[in-house]
Design a protein. Structure first.
Length: 249
């Protein structure tokens, strides 16, 4: 029986790339409405873990259930993958907007092709979310005409247009000039306040402290420490976490 308060459940998951053991038995749970920050040094497996959550990578061992769907199986069919990808949004460091499409088209294409909505209906929802991220006036612009912060806000709006149950963020502000970080974090903070379930890989400790309900610190493919943002960031127990946090300051 799947626990309905858990958006994502993972038990002992493993992922290898050849002989490289990237995830070494990670367990945890993401509850609905929760914002979980994942932190850790470069190469510790943060992106790989996120990518397993929407099946950009298949796990090699353990058990993974995302929004009620069992992703422990080695093969999923096209219909299952499509369902998963529309329920679980992903926002990337490099935005991944379609460069040859306008902002509006970036927001409507998957609604039409994946969800089968009409042009009119998809454009209405796109306009709603563009307004929400403060970019209503950029509907007909192309990605190259936008700042990095604007591109990332478009990417978030695009994700919201699919009406996802969970959104995964992989270092969403790492590619931005420092003065553009805040506008993206504000949009994410608003989403969190609206009750969206979010898993956020980030180096923004202030964001983690203020917005995340829980923080997971990964080290070499394992959860080294986890707890409330206050516990983990203010009173770290492990030496490795203390060293990691002091390097950020
Ligand atoms: P993080 O996001 O924490 O920086 P990653 O999850 O991207 O770490 O990577 C963890 C490890 O797995 C790194 O050693 C990385 O080089 C390796 N890795 C990631 N993706 C692949 C891949 N597709 N093929 C081979 N090795 C990979
Ligand atoms: Mg990464």
């Amino acid at each position: 029986m799947v626990n309905s308060t858990a958006a994502i459940t993972f038990e002992n998951i493993e992922k290898n790339f050849g002989s490289l053991r990237v995830l070494r038995g990670i367990s945890g749970e993401i509850h609905r409405g929760e914002v979980v920050a994942i932190i850790g040094s470069s190469g510790c497996g943060k992106s790989t873990l996120l990518r397993c959550f929407n099946r950009l990578e298949a796990i090699d061992g353990g058990r993974l259930v995302v929004n009620g769907m069992d992703l422990s199986k080695p093969k999923l069919n096209y219909r299952q993958l499509r369902q998963l990808r529309s329920q679980v949004g992903m926002v990337f460091q490099q935005f991944n907007l379609f460069p040859h499409l306008s902002v509006l088209e970036n927001l409507t294409i998957a609604q039409r092709k994946v969800l089968g909505k009409s042009a009119k209906e998809s454009a209405q929802l796109a306009a709603f979310y563009l307004e929400k991220v403060g970019l209503f006036d950029k509907a007909s612009a192309y990605p190259e005409q936008l700042s990095g912060g604007q591109k990332q806000r478009v990417a978030i709006a695009r994700s919201l247009c699919m009406n996802p149950q969970v959104i995964l963020f992989d270092e969403p502000t790492s590619a931005l000039d420092p003065e553009l970080v805040c506008e993206v974090l504000q949009v994410m903070q608003q989403l969190a306040a609206d009750g969206m379930t979010m898993v956020v890989v980030t180096h923004e400790m202030q964001f983690a402290r203020e917005v995340a309900s829980r923080v997971m610190f990964l080290n070499q493919g394992q959860v080294e420490e986890q707890g409330s943002a206050r516990e983990v960031l203010t009173h770290p127990k492990s030496d490795r976490l203390r060293a990691f946090l002091s390097r950020l300051n």
